[in-house]
Design a protein. Structure first.
Length: 134
């Protein structure tokens, strides 16, 4: 990343910001990859089992918050005997750098991967300067 880190985690040790309406259920912090280009940053979060209708992406001030809920469909006469996952709620939060345009955030969910793109402000993008001879 650039000298100034574009995205920093809001709280250490994977703790996420509490949503406006706190839920009593503990949340899973999804695996996230963050990439920076000259034009902005992209975050890819693994959120298997989350449908678009159960996904909430918000920017409040300089904080990006993502929350999604997995939906399991089981037949009425079936009962889970064992489960590795004890929570159906994903939650993560990042503090955004002032070099990003938080008003132009785009999000796309495909095959269980949420991609969030945040462009850099125009004045923060690299630009070519033409050299003139006199």
């Amino acid at each position: 990343m650039a000298n100034q880190q574009s995205v920093t985690q809001q709280q250490a040790a994977g703790a996420a910001r509490q949503p406006a309406t706190p839920r009593s259920e503990s949340a899973i912090r999804p695996a996230v990859d963050v990439y920076e280009t000259a034009d902005g940053i992209s975050l890819n979060a693994d959120m298997p089992g989350v449908a678009k209708e159960h996904l909430d992406v918000q920017v409040e001030g300089n904080t990006l918050t993502v929350e999604g809920e997995m939906q399991f469909r089981m037949a009425e006469n079936m009962k889970a005997l064992y489960a590795d996952v004890h929570s159906t709620l994903y939650r993560l939060s990042f503090v955004l750098s002032s070099e990003l345009e938080s008003s132009r955030v785009e999000a796309n969910l495909k095959d269980g991967v949420l991609t969030v793109r945040i462009p850099k402000r125009a004045e923060m993008r690299p630009r070519h300067i033409e050299v003139q001879s006199t």
